[in-house]
Design a protein around this ligand. Structure first.
Ligand code: ZN
Length: 244
């Protein structure tokens, strides 16, 4: 089978693993431990790939419960996930193609600090895409690992997605930590995007809540048809009218 993982070194301590263009995950190394942020699709042994990067003890964190971010959990000893995504996790993990049993899960919530030795990841709850979506703040790198909670193709049309007004409040709450990061690194793109994209996203959501969906085109996805709201740059939000 052709290898799926392609490694991209973002800094000497941070590697992005691209899983055949379907989703990405990150390995963040401290002096004592390394964090694995998401486990992609489970279609090849992710732990073997991570071991090409580091021999440090691992702490695995899922940004949310969707199958393309938790699929490789079974290759690891344990993983952390926000409790609000536990039910979603069970539903999605059943879709993992390898049929690998899940590792044990532990809850992780806003404010938790994962000390890797000389580098700390702080858990930030950004409910929206899913109820238990989290981001991880790395002040040392100036990165916010945002999973699917903030990205250029935001999916808010899922049944489990929050209403847009509630997502907006969670974006606004990020103002408190904005001085501590300059780049967003999401769960689908190797390239980071400037933190200022959060302002574009907030403006887009506010526009949608103020003016409604007139002018937004239909966008078919695998569970039906959503609406697509374009942002200033080439980015967009998918949603269904019940999220307004
Ligand atoms: Zn997702």
């Amino acid at each position: 089978m052709k290898r799926r993982a392609v490694l991209h070194s973002l800094t000497p301590e941070i590697t992005c693993i691209d899983d055949a263009g379907e989703s990405v995950c990150y390995v963040v190394c401290g002096k004592e431990r390394a964090a694995v942020i998401d486990t992609v699709n489970g279609k090849e042994n992710l732990k073997d790939v991570v071991r090409e990067i580091t021999d440090l003890p691992l702490v695995v964190i899922n940004t949310h419960g969707h199958v393309d971010h938790v699929g490789g959990n079974g290759y690891f000893d344990e993983a952390y996930i926000h409790p609000a995504d536990l039910a979603l996790y069970q539903e999605h993990y059943a879709m993992v193609p390898a049929g690998l049993p899940s590792c044990p899960l532990h809850p992780i919530e806003a404010g938790a600090r994962i000390d890797l030795g000389g580098r700390v990841l702080e858990v930030v709850h950004i409910a929206g895409h899913t109820p238990g979506s989290i981001a991880l703040l790395d002040r040392r790198a100036g990165y916010l690992f945002s999973g699917d909670a903030i990205n250029g193709q935001l999916w808010m049309q899922c049944p489990e997605s929050l209403k847009l007004k509630d997502y907006l409040k969670n974006l606004e709450a990020l103002d408190a930590i904005r001085p501590f990061f300059s780049e967003l690194h999401n769960g689908h793109n190797v390239e980071g995007i400037p933190a200022s994209f959060i302002d574009e996203m907030k403006a887009g959501v506010r526009g949608l809540l103020t003016y409604g969906s007139a002018g937004d085109d239909d966008y078919p996805w695998f569970r039906g048809t959503a609406k697509r709201h374009m942002l200033r740059s080439n980015a967009w939000i998918l949603y269904t009218p019940d999220k307004l």
